[in-house]
Design a protein around this ligand. Structure first.
Ligand code: PSV
Ligand code: MN
Length: 386
């Protein structure tokens, strides 16, 4: 197989998971701007996600967020998804929107609140059993605002204890993906602030616990691809929450702010053997001012473009330059791949997959956007806390 053919074959196997919450209304802490046609139910979110997959061909799963996507019958939800050509993906827990969690959830100083949080996580595993989801994605808003507010080390002990109980509940083929974030909503200490803390907990828990890298969760200037390389090397990279940031946890469209960073990350993924179904490539974004479905299609395409460029890196030439200490040439090899216009290649890939080569134009022509505006009238639009 030529290198180009290998790249095409790899691109056809790509899978980007879209988040149910990206289809609902969202905003900043100042204002949520409601959009017309937004889903009212998890079923309608899946209808929208199915359109993203229909036109991109590489978004086959949808992450759920509990309780936002709570339904009476998860088997029916899974069936609804399958009838539309998608599947349910990671289950995201929510231990950050209840009054009880003011001082934290599984790290809370009071045992009764910790119990409630762990029970919620266990409920999420029950839901995984019903939906067939393999991944439990955990992000904790836990932390403190003031020095002395709580015992930093004690909170780590409580975290370890809570995680261990949930880990024990995981079934065969189920994983726990632990996400870190350097600050917010707590500002003095955060209980899982960085990849090292997440890694240490996952290592102790065992092979079913892995780290998830949310690209928006790092301090400015952090070399995320180094973290990716390290976690892959240690067999602990469980997945990504892709999005873009200019400042902090901005949740903008992946590949919008810094496509070069996304390329560097995807290069390390491929270099480290991480371009496999064992690494979950998820989006974690909100579309506050732009139309949601086209923005998600654009995001999936941005991931595809970065992946295509990373697949085009001439590995032999790069290694030769690196071995020879040819700094300029090594850098040039990488930049050649990055500067390649991969859009024609991706158009070909889509045509070979039986898709329209231009997903955004095809989506606009299909009339779904107008249909949902006309049909989704009344009811309660989905959104944070819905
Ligand atoms: C909050 O920062 C957050 O964006 C985390 O990244 C989670 O993955 C997501 O919310 C959903 O809980
Ligand atoms: Mn995230």
């Amino acid at each position: 197989m030529t290198e180009l053919a290998a790249a095409k074959a790899a691109l056809k196997t790509q899978a980007v998971e879209t988040p149910s919450w990206a289809y609902g209304n969202s905003g900043t802490r100042f204002k949520v701007f409601a959009q017309q046609g937004v889903p009212r139910t998890p079923f309608e979110k899946l209808d929208d996600a199915a359109k993203v997959h229909e036109f991109t061909g590489v978004a086959p799963t949808v992450a759920l967020h509990i309780p936002w996507d709570k339904v009476d019958d998860y088997a029916a939800l899974a069936k609804h998804a399958e009838q539309r050509g998608v599947k349910l993906g990671a289950i995201n827990s929510n231990t950050f929107q209840d009054d009880d969690y003011k001082l934290g959830s599984i790290c809370h100083p009071e045992a009764s609140v910790r119990r409630k949080a762990v029970d919620h996580l266990l409920e999420c595993v029950d839901i995984m059993d019903a939906t067939g989801s393999a991944d439990l994605k955990l992000w904790f808003a836990d932390g403190t605002n003031y020095p002395g507010q709580d015992d930093i080390r004690g909170r780590q002990d409580r975290l370890a204890e809570g995680l261990a109980e949930v880990y024990e509940r995981l079934g065969d083929g189920q994983r726990m993906l632990l996400e870190y974030k350097f600050f917010e909503p707590a500002f003095y200490t955060t209980d899982v602030p960085d990849w090292g803390t997440a890694y240490a907990h996952c290592l102790k828990l065992g092979p079913k616990a892995q780290v998830v890298v949310d690209t928006g969760h790092h301090a400015p200037g952090t070399n995320i691809e180094f973290i990716v390389a390290t976690l892959l090397r240690e067999g602990k990279l469980g997945g990504f929450d892709f999005n873009s940031r200019f400042y902090a946890d901005d949740d903008l469209m992946v590949g919008a702010a810094d496509p070069f960073q996304l390329f560097r990350i995807m290069y390390e993924v491929i270099r480290g053997g991480g371009f496999t179904p064992e690494v979950a490539f998820m989006l974690d974004q909100c579309h506050n001012i732009e139309a949601k479905i086209p923005a998600i299609i654009r995001s999936v395409m941005n991931v595809q473009e970065a992946t295509a460029k990373a697949l085009l890196v001439d590995g032999d030439a790069l290694r030769a330059a690196q071995r020879g200490g040819d700094v300029l040439e090594a850098n040039a090899v990488l930049m050649d791949a990055y500067n390649t216009d991969v859009r024609p290649l991706l158009r070909e890939v889509r045509e070979e997959m039986g898709l329209d080569p231009e997903p955004l134009a095809a989506y606009r022509r299909c009339g779904w956007g107008e249909r949902i505006v006309a049909e989704r009238v009344g009811g309660q639009q989905a959104g944070w806390g819905a």
